[in-house]
Design a protein around this ligand. Structure first.
Ligand code: SF4
Ligand code: SF4
Length: 411
């Protein structure tokens, strides 16, 4: 395992400030508080350890500094960003600064009065999440009764003239409903539909055994999506990305570590990707203590995986490294224990068999089956977060499976 507490001289030589492009996309995670309890939430499982939130003035400083650096796209996210009463103030500031703004929301709390205020403040775009096209599954997966409310919110968003992305995270429970999810998005007048196959970080990694689909489910869903794309043309643009575990090459994660994306967590920690906090041995600088320019260009955390100098074999000498940059550091850590390894999604990785076994385990049961030995699905809530944070083990079930695979046991 790489010692992340010490700077890697290779990395230092690769990451000269004058070679680093400015950030383009700022994600402001305003709060980890959320009325929903999604089983696939990408927030850290120990989010209750990070409950402090920046003040309005501190967020405004972040927006100004990020814009001065060159960031142009701004997402307000969370948790649920509508729980911040100053959201409209921040949107107004962002508008004045010239950001293109997107609100990423569950819709809970998005009343007509707030839509009026957000419109007046200059919000450009809204991304509304659904868990499924059926009330039963939507409400089960979020552990709330919110389906009907979300439908009313979708109608209000359109009535206020906002462009709308409908987002639905896909997994073995709802992949068979893809046609109905598309029909729902069309009926609601969404301009875009993001069918986001689950990425296995945070709560989704903890619930991986329950959420992992079969290859057949994915193939069938993709065929449905392609059929709809032909039928509906430009009426609604549908995004569908196959999950990493079913590929043999990793994705160019975040378009590169510290390349275009700058995330600010509710407490002010600056992150090169949403889930970077799960990596050991890295201290993420806080915007309340360090200027954003210094964080982006000079901090150890943002320079650690820039360039190619940090890579080990097989990535170091691989002729494809400029295409995928070795994949995802968080996935490499979660599945191999070392964030400097090749993303094991890659079939050149000596640990690729690990991914194959997880997929194979999913294929051995029908989507309805759940092995008796599995723990129940874990909802994202404060009690579970505190329990996971207290045990220092943020991913018990998947970790057990990962460790068993590493020991050479079949799952
Ligand atoms: S995924 Fe669900 S629980 Fe997590 S922040 Fe979004 S709405 Fe809240
Ligand atoms: S070995 Fe590394 S650089 Fe090469 S294709 Fe695989 S992940 Fe990408």
């Amino acid at each position: 395992m790489t010692d992340l507490s010490r700077p890697d001289p290779n990395t230092q030589t690769e990451a000269k400030p004058d070679a680093i492009a400015p950030p383009l996309w700022l994600l402001a995670e305003l709060t980890y508080r959320c009325p929903l309890h999604c089983v696939f939430c990408y927030n850290p499982t120990n989010y209750t350890d990070h409950s402090r939130e920046l003040t309005t003035a501190q967020w405004i400083d972040v927006l100004r500094e990020a814009r001065a650096l060159g960031a142009a796209q701004l997402g307000f996210s969370g948790g649920e960003p509508l729980l911040r009463e100053d959201l409209e103030v921040l949107v107004g500031e962002a508008r004045q600064l010239g950001f293109y703004t997107n609100l990423i929301t569950s819709g809970i709390g998005l009343t007509d009065a707030r839509l009026d205020a957000l419109k007046a403040a200059g919000l450009d775009h809204i991304q509304l999440s659904f868990q499924d096209s059926t009330q039963e599954l939507n409400d089960f997966l979020s552990s709330t009764r919110t389906f009907d409310l979300k439908k009313r919110v979708a109608a209000s968003i359109k009535a206020h003239g906002f462009p709308m992305v409908l987002n639905c995270v896909l997994h073995r429970f709802n992949l068979p409903h893809v046609d109905r999810i598309i029909d729902m998005a069309l009926a609601m007048g969404a301009e875009y539909l993001e069918l986001a196959n689950t990425q296995y970080y945070g709560w989704a990694h903890t619930n991986r055994a329950q959420l992992m689909p079969t290859a057949e489910q994915l193939q069938e869903a993709e065929a449905v999506v392609n059929r709809y794309r032909k039928e509906i043309g430009e009426r609604c643009k549908i995004f569908f990305v196959v999950p990493d575990y079913f590929e043999t090459r990793p994705k160019r994660c975040m378009n590169g570590w510290g390349a275009v994306f700058l995330g600010i967590a509710p407490d002010g920690a600056a992150l090169p990707c949403h889930t970077a906090r799960s990596l050991p041995g890295l201290t993420f600088p806080n915007v309340t203590e360090t200027p954003l320019r210094e964080i982006w260009y000079e901090s150890d955390a943002f320079n650690r995986f820039r360039g190619f100098g940090w890579m080990k074999e097989p990535c170091r000498s691989c002729d494809e490294k400029e295409r995928d940059l070795g994949g995802c550091r968080c996935q490499a850590y979660l599945l191999t224990g070392d964030p400097a390894n090749a993303d094991p999604v890659c079939d050149k990785s000596p640990e690729h068999e690990h991914v194959v076994q997880v997929v194979r385990a999913a294929a051995t049961r029908t989507p309805e089956q759940q092995p008796a030995k599995e723990q129940p699905i874990l909802f994202r809530n404060d009690a579970n977060s505190r329990r996971l944070a207290a045990t220092g083990d943020s991913r018990p079930q998947a970790q057990d499976q990962d460790q068993a695979i590493s020991r050479g046991e079949r799952t």
